[in-house]
Design a protein around this ligand. Structure first.
Ligand SMILES: [Zn+2]
Ligand SMILES: [Zn+2]
Length: 263
């Protein structure tokens, strides 16, 4: 428990920086999955997304912490009704947020307005760990932020659980987008319960049958249970979306404005 408490004191922004630095280096020296023309340019565009997110999140995080503290003080949520050990409450709490995010992610592929924002993340025609950063800040904050908050309201989670969730999901997501060759046996073992990088890359396939599958960030179990699990060899995956293939549509400036275009 002490280790978890210590881990949760680390600023998540540093965790993201260190993870991207480590995976970016690995992708530079190891045998990679996808071909890249301009890696540094791609990284630069992704960092711009993170800068906007960082600024907006300063406000959002303050509101979020205030809401969670208020809910906890008033003992709102299911977990306040049952007595369970702390360690189990943590694991269950992380799973509950992941489940809520699964449904919000699934809805973002269904509702046209949300898809306009979410497809910014899917637009990447090449992929490396920095693709993790490439998401519309409005979507990350307002849509997925609401998913976490709703999980807190329903299940009665505390900031420790939410912090642990964000730590784990960041680790998963950076690894899931990394341009590295992950063995297929990982999908047959670890991938029975947890989301593997190959499974998430299938989610980034252009073929809509696969785009609309493997929504889970941590527990692929949700896709298996709710019938959205799909698999194919990662070598057959064609990344991105047809409407974003033009290199001009791959820049931060184009993508950040794109959801507001009249189409
Ligand atoms: Zn998606
Ligand atoms: Zn992704």
């Amino acid at each position: 428990m002490k280790t978890i408490e210590y881990l949760l004191t680390i600023d998540l922004n540093y965790v993201v920086l260190v993870l991207i630095a480590v995976f970016f280096t690995l992708e530079q020296v190891l045998n990679t999955q996808f071909y890249f023309k301009n890696r540094l340019g791609h990284l630069g565009q992704a960092i711009l997304f993170q800068v906007v997110f960082f600024i907006l999140n300063l406000f959002w995080a303050a509101i979020f912490v205030f809401c969670v503290n208020w809910l906890n003080q008033n003992q709102i949520g299911l977990f306040y009704q049952i007595a369970i050990p702390l360690w189990f409450k943590l694991i269950l709490g992380v799973a509950c947020i992941d489940l809520m995010v699964y449904w919000f992610h699934r809805m973002s592929h269904t509702f046209p307005l949300v898809w306009k924002f979410h497809r910014v993340h899917h637009s990447d025609t090449t992929m490396d760990s920095s693709t993790y950063l490439r998401a519309h800040p409005f979507e990350v904050i307002f849509w997925f932020g609401s998913a976490s908050l709703l999980a807190v309201v329903i299940f009665g989670l505390d900031l420790q659980t939410v912090g642990l969730y964000f730590l784990i999901v960041t680790l998963f997501q950076v690894a899931e987008h990394a341009n590295l060759r992950y063995p297929a046996w990982l999908d047959r073992t670890f991938g029975l319960v947890f989301t593997t990088p190959n499974q998430h890359k299938i989610h980034h396939d252009q073929d809509q049958q696969y785009t609309d599958s493997n929504y889970a960030d941590i527990f692929i179990l949700w896709d298996r249970i709710f019938g959205t699990y799909q698999y194919k060899p990662v070598a057959e995956v064609k990344l991105g979306l047809k409407e974003f293939e033009d290199p001009k549509k791959q820049t931060f400036w184009y993508l950040i404005r794109n959801p507001f275009f009249r189409q």
